[in-house]
Design a protein around this ligand. Structure first.
Ligand SMILES: Nc1ncnc2c1ncn2[C@@H]1O[C@H](COP(=O)(O)OP(=O)(O)O)[C@@H](O)[C@H]1O
Ligand SMILES: [Mg+2]
Length: 499
């Protein structure tokens, strides 16, 4: 049998990121094929290439046995390839049917639109979906919008349908509905590529599975011939983090304590978090990105209010306190996205060094900033943390990623914090900078600081953490002591399975 799709040796290079590194993917006609992998593995990039949103740096695509070029999403759909994105692309201000015919060539008359609407409603009925074609998209629930997107692709003639993490935004009941629709499409001979990182979903619905890891594809396996352990290991893989010398584990008093913390919101909202971090320990928070890690950090640092529960820092009840009050408890934050939160690219190195403490002595003298002290402070940090910069007047945005991170690290750690939140502190850094950041975090722990290390790199967590907590959909699935570390078990917890 000829496969419906073959993507061969696909390479996609973004500036500084090799998102797809020689990926091979073969999909059989009439199958449901899972594309799995951690956040950042390159799944969406690969599918965006297939849908004509990106052109590959190299590689070829065969569809029904023939090599094709895909120049745009419209061109993709003309060739029978449809895609529903992670973030929906319907236009909220238009009605369902206007969205459906949008992009079909030619302006439609009212009568034609009416015919389309009738045909679309009939198509929906075939899949047990009740659809009001004249409803505004902005009035539909997320689940309804997703079903409209799927139907729209089918209506426009998709033979191959890509669903990019469709279940991430759905309730369990909606997931069941979606799976019914997917199975029916399969029975009708359509082919589906289903992106997910959840093992139970993949086993529930898929025939074959391809795992991407750091932009590279693993050989495909059939669902019948593999198991959760094998897939979890393929997904989390092994990246080499060098061992760091650590003092003995000797935890002291509790620094952070969270009791039954809930926040409001989506599936990423916190759901009954109980967590303690002590002086002199690194608690590693593992999990696939987007499972509430950001919500946890925001709650601790006062950026979002908890809807119930308590947060104590060094025994003080900080529930509902402002971010500044929390910083005053000697809490430091090395953020995941240093460009958004950690530093201001257009400000100088020197100015970035005082971003969070400008209002305090000795940086400010009355109403004025104390220029001499600011310069001395910046020079000291640059030297101590080995930030490579022509001068402290250089624009921070001009430094390399590793040096920007050292700058943020230097600013945050020179405060001698009692509690350090480090979120993906080495993301995008080279080995040298990674090693340096790790050494700094361990030094803080050995000094008696409490460190929360959030990372999706399991090996980073395994190397550095004294205890590991695993998050999944806003909950802590479990907390492991060092002697219980087990990569497969953690991988399963990351995928929402409790052994
Ligand atoms: N338009 C882009 N420009 C630069 N880098 C990108 C772009 N899109 C994705 N990336 C990077 O490519 C890598 C793979 O991303 P993506 O394909 O979205 O992963 P996944 O869907 O598996 O989570 C990531 O490191 C991401 O930051
Ligand atoms: Mg993606």
């Amino acid at each position: 049998m000829v496969p419906i799709l073959e993507m061969k040796n696909i390479v996609k290079q973004f500036p500084g990121v090799l998102a797809n590194d020689n990926v091979n993917l073969t999909v059989e006609k009439g199958s449901i094929h899972a594309l799995m992998g951690e956040n950042g593995a390159g799944k969406s990039t690969l599918m965006n290439i297939l849908y004509g949103l990106y052109s590959p740096s190299s590689g070829e695509i065969l569809f029904n046995g023939k090599e094709i070029k895909i120049t745009s999403p419209r061109n993709a759909i003309e060739q029978g390839i449809g895609m529903v994105h992670q973030h929906f692309m319907l236009i909220p201000a238009l009605s369902v049917i206007e969205n459906v015919v949008l992009g079909k060539p030619g302006n439609k008359t009212v009568l034609e639109l009416k015919n389309d609407a009738e045909a679309f409603v009939a198509l929906g009925a075939r899949y047990n979906m009740k659809i009001d074609p004249y409803a505004l998209v902005s009035d539909l629930s997320v689940g309804q919008q997703q079903r409209v997107e799927i139907l729209k692709a089918i209506y426009r003639g998709a033979e191959l349908l890509v669903l990019d993490e469709p279940t991430a935004v759905l309730t369990p009941q909606e997931v069941t509905e979606l799976f019914k629709i997917m199975n029916q499409l399969k029975e009708e001979g359509k082919t589906i590529i289903f992106i997910s990182h959840k093992l139970n979903e993949v086993f529930a619905i898929c025939d074959t599975i391809t795992v991407l890891r750091l932009g590279r594809s693993q050989p495909s396996v059939t669902a019948a011939s593999t198991n959760s352990e094998e897939l979890a290991e393929m997904m989390v893989g092994r990246k080499c983090f060098l061992d760091v010398d650590k003092g003995e584990y000797n935890p002291g008093e509790t620094v952070l304590k969270m009791e039954h913390v809930f926040t409001k919101g989506t599936h990423e909202a916190l759901n009954d978090i109980n967590l303690e971090i002590k002086k002199g320990e690194i608690l590693g928070l593992a999990g696939v990105d987007g499972n509430g890690q950001d919500a946890l950090i925001d709650a601790i640092s006062g950026l979002t209010k908890v809807s119930s529960g308590k947060i104590f820092i060094k025994g003080n009840d900080m529930t509902g306190s402002s971010p500044r009050d929390i910083l005053e408890q000697k809490v430091s934050h090395i953020p995941a996205d240093r460009h958004k939160r950690g530093m201001v690219s257009t400000m100088s190195v020197k100015e970035n060094m005082i971003l969070i403490s400008y209002y305090k002595k000795p940086f400010s003298k009355g109403l004025f900033l104390n220029g001499k002290f600011i310069e001395e402070n910046a020079t000291e940090i640059v030297e101590k943390f080995k930030v490579k910069t022509p001068s402290i007047e250089e624009m921070a945005g001009k430094l390399s990623g590793g040096n920007q991170q050292k700058l943020v690290l230097g600013r945050e750690l020179s405060r001698e914090p009692d509690f350090i939140i480090a979120a993906h502190p080495v993301r995008g850094l080279d080995i040298g900078a990674t090693e340096y950041v790790h050494e700094c975090l361990v030094a803080e722990r050995d000094r008696g600081g409490a460190v929360l290390l959030v990372s999706t790199e399991l090996d980073e967590v395994l190397t550095l953490a004294d205890r590991i907590a695993v998050m999944y959909e806003g909950k802590i699935m479990g907390i492991l002591d060092k002697e219980d570390y087990d990569i497969t078990r953690i991988g399963m917890m990351m995928a929402g399975q409790n052994q």
